[in-house]
Write a protein of this length. Structure first.
Length: 186
């Protein structure tokens, strides 16, 4: 079976199309590959393809909400945003909690456990991080599926049914510009 892909902007003697190559009677299935068909000779040539670029599990991150959170208008401090991004990429399974203690996470991020605890409270209050279980006095968290998700689109749609969207404005942004004193000329 052949699937012809034509590109009128690229007239050529070689037409690209999808074809099924290989396969035999011993149970080997044919594989679908992109090939070129030489119009003059009728020969098929397989188009070389690069291997998949990710080196392991990868995560889908909502670009619009991610940019909103990265902007100054969100009110997140750099530290809070860095912790949130760490949770995005520390999650290795769909809807799975990051199974590390606060002390281990703080050590990895280069901050004190108390600072991490305060930061997680802010992110949890904004529904950016959600509780995902615990063990003893340790609570495990994961990122809300509205921001980052591992899995198919169908699984993502099912995952967000139980959650309200997170806040993208955590607090009013601070103005860090130098204030002038009365009587000072700028």
């Amino acid at each position: 079976m052949f699937y012809v892909v034509s590109d009128p902007a690229r007239p050529s003697d070689r037409l690209p199309f999808w074809s099924r190559l290989g396969g035999d009677r011993m149970g080997q299935p044919a594989r679908k590959v992109l090939t070129y068909l030489d119009r003059l000779t009728g020969e098929l040539e397989e188009v070389p393809q690069a291997p998949y670029a990710f080196d392991g599990p990868h995560i889908n991150v909502g670009i619009r909400r991610g940019r909103e959170l990265a902007s100054a208008a969100s009110g997140l401090t750099d530290r809070e945003f860095r912790v949130l991004v760490w949770y995005w990429f520390a999650t290795e399974q769909s809807q799975g909690a990051v199974m590390m203690t606060g002390a281990d996470i703080a050590r990895e991020l280069g901050m004190s456990p108390d600072t991490l605890t305060r930061t997680v409270k802010v992110l949890k209050a904004a529904r950016l991080l959600v509780e995902a279980g615990g063990l003893g006095r340790t609570t495990f968290y994961r990122c809300t599926p509205y921001l980052a998700f591992i899995g198919s689109g169908f699984a993502h749609r099912e995952a967000v049914k139980d959650w309200n969207p997170p806040e993208t404005t955590v607090r009013q942004p601070r103005d860090h510009r130098r204030k002038t004193k009365k009587g000072d000329e700028a």
